[in-house]
Design a protein around this ligand. Structure first.
Ligand code: FMN
Length: 301
């Protein structure tokens, strides 16, 4: 969805006046009139759903209790989903996990020193450091596949070892890697470059509600979920698990950052439609659920 359309809808469904919408969404009069004509159905839909949305939280928790669960797709004999998403494109091998230096920092210090870090120095990450962060978060140490089952085992837990999360990286400053958007392959431990507009970094920054640390980061991790991987086994209850899984990933990234003189900030405030569009997913079969900005800590004087 185009930014202007999104902003028009945002203010329109909240009952803003024409003048307010033109001002807040930075529209011309002609753009406003065009959106008035083309968004009629969308507005009706959003307005109807906004009432439903008012108490969706407690309803979601209630209706995803086991009491309400149905026979899962797995129990019904539906073919297992793939455990891995592979995207074709120019690939960049990361330093192999076996070659990485083990950090000297103690677990105590890593936990004790962790803070949300929103200011970064200009120092880039090395490819070894990026490889280390990915080892801690998305790397698959094992992969098993058969007609009935397919799963990975990783350094983070995941409900039923379903590992529904995908990792996209907005790389701004990593030695030896051209800035741009990448997808991480957890078995091959490599990045695949995604062809995007020149201003992709700005698009990510805007999608993250203009939060400054995203623009300043060496790397921003964008985490999406592929619901089918987990709902195949757990039906609707799976939707509880994506977010729990993502929390483990975020904490491992935060602690691993401490080991390399970097810091991370978890990001839950982003515009869903824009972030989904940035990584090229439909918001239903795959959607963004989390992001983390990462960079070297500024030197203290
Ligand atoms: C799920 C989640 C979402 C968050 N989203 C944001 C965010 O969008 N922007 C931001 O600046 N901080 C965000 N934070 C960071 C919190 O503000 C931060 O963890 C909290 O203030 C406690 O500070 P500390 O992490 O330094 O202990 C988020 C943290 C979590 C766990």
């Amino acid at each position: 969805m185009k930014k202007k359309t999104y902003e028009y809808l945002f203010y329109k469904v909240r009952g803003a006046s024409k003048e307010e919408i033109i001002q807040n969404a930075k529209l011309t009069e002609a753009e406003y009139e065009e959106l008035e004509g083309s968004c009629i159905e969308q507005i009706k839909e959003i307005q109807a759903d906004r009432q439903k949305a008012e108490d969706i939280g407690p309803e979601f928790v209630r209706l995803t209790r086991y009491l309400y669960g149905k026979t899962s797709a797995q129990q019904e004999g539906v073919r297992r989903p793939n455990a891995i998403k592979s995207i074709a494109g120019e690939s960049i091998a990361l330093p192999a996990v076996g070659t990485l230096e083990k950090p000297a920092i103690s677990l105590w210090d890593a936990i004790n020193n962790r803070r949300s870090t929103r200011q970064y120095s200009d120092e880039p990450l090395t490819m070894e450091e990026l490889s280390f962060l990915l080892w801690a978060s998305f790397w698959a140490r094992d992969f098993k596949t058969s007609a009935r089952h397919e799963f990975t085992m990783r350094n983070v837990p995941s409900a039923g070892a379903r590992h529904p999360l995908e990792c996209y990286l907005m790389i701004n400053r990593v030695v030896g890697i051209k800035p741009g958007l990448y997808h991480y392959h957890p078995i091959k431990h490599m990045l695949v470059r995604l062809e995007r507009d020149e201003d992709i970094a700005n698009q990510v920054h805007e999608a993250a509600m203009g939060q400054e640390m995203v623009a300043k980061s060496a790397v921003t991790f964008i985490v999406s979920a592929i619901p089918e991987r987990t709902s195949w086994r757990y039906s609707q209850r799976a939707y509880r698990y994506f977010y729990l899984d993502a929390g483990h990933v975020g904490q491992n990234i935060s602690l691993a950052c401490e080991a390399i003189g970097a810091g991370a900030c978890m990001i839950g405030a982003y515009q869903d439609e824009a972030m989904d569009e940035v990584i090229g997913v439909d918001g239903k079969d795959e959607f963004v659920i989390y992001a983390f900005s990462v960079g070297k800590k500024p030197l203290r004087s």
